[in-house]
Design a protein around this ligand. Structure first.
Ligand code: RIB
Length: 303
């Protein structure tokens, strides 16, 4: 089963001609409210392409209306929410600005996500068949403790190093890599993570290779319209081109990628097939506004 440990947010999305610079104000005619949070997005992406009942999200929301609607949305998408906790903090909220090219800038008010504990994951969700999916929007130490439990049980860990923390210690990144089987990074994240290890200024794919070698893991590096490259701990590479699309909104494309990758690993275990489907799904997800609306269902991905 796929176990996602991570964030839940409500996304307030505004479209602008260009993303404001510091000190600048831009006007937008309106905004839309969509469901988000990297953890929730990855769980929904996995559930839409998986057999029913195969995805469980352990996360935390507030008692507010945002939390109630996020819960209902996860349930409607077939995500298991038995371990979606509720606390006095506000539900996470993301303020997203999308420009004419579909690029975005995001500010996350973390709220309840910061109170999520690894202890919220019960032992019966973890065994040798577990594929754990992690990101960087809940406390790192809690994610690490869940990763180590899954690895001890013989399960596998996909860690999406997103968003890159403002400050991250080298020892913490070493622990993260040691507890990870598949590290998923975009260009910016790969370069930033390699710099934490002391490898400054590397080109994207060299940075990804450093991470793979340092962690003795497989690094899956996503590059938007250029697709994705998979690099193993020996430096062996395979490239997967993206489908050609004219993006409306790239928000959540990385989350779609991670969710479909996890589903593929659980389903038939062939990594190349899983990455290839994840690249296709991520492209499709850019055709609608918001992180989750464009995430494909299984029949759309197959087609
Ligand atoms: O990856 C996209 C997500 O990042 C958004 O849904 C937003 O909630 C932020 O967490």
């Amino acid at each position: 089963m796929i176990l996602v440990f991570g964030s839940v947010n409500l996304d307030l999305v505004t479209r602008v001609s260009s993303i404001p610079r510091p000190g600048e104000t831009v006007l937008s005619p309106s905004y839309t409210t969509t469901f988000g949070g990297k953890g929730a997005n990855q769980a929904v992406a996995a559930a839409r392409v998986s057999a029913a009942g195969g995805v469980c999200l352990v996360a935390r929301v507030g008692t507010d209306a945002f939390g109630a609607s996020a819960r209902a949305n996860l349930h409607d998408n077939g995500v298991g929410i038995d371990h979606l906790g509720v606390g006095p903090e506000p539900t996470g909220c993301a303020f997203i600005t999308v420009d004419e090219r579909g690029e975005n800038a995001i500010t996350v008010a973390s709220g309840a996500n910061l109170a999520l504990k690894g202890a919220a994951v019960p032992a019966d969700l973890i065994d040798g068949g577990t594929v754990l999916v992690l990101q960087m929007e809940v406390p790192f130490g809690e994610s690490l403790s869940v990763a180590q439990r899954v690895r001890d049980a013989g399960g596998r860990v996909i860690w999406n190093f997103a968003p890159v923390p403002a400050a991250f210690r080298r020892e913490d990144l070493s622990d993260l890599l040691a507890a990870t089987d598949f590290l998923v990074v975009n260009e910016h994240e790969a370069v930033a993570a390699a710099a934490v290890l002391g490898f400054e200024g590397l080109a994207f794919e060299h940075a990804a290779e450093r991470l793979a070698r340092a962690g003795n893991l497989t690094c899956v590096a996503t590059a938007g319209a250029d697709g994705a490259t998979m690099i193993d701990f020996n430096g062996q590479r395979a490239h997967f081109p993206a489908s050609r699309v004219v993006p409306i909104d790239t928000t959540g494309a990385g989350d779609t990628f991670v969710g479909i990758l996890a589903a593929g690993l659980v389903e038939d275990g062939d990594l190349a097939t899983a990455v290839s489907r994840a690249v296709k799904g991520a492209s499709l997800s850019c055709l609608l506004v918001g992180a989750q609306p464009g995430m494909p269902y299984r029949h759309q991905l197959d087609r």
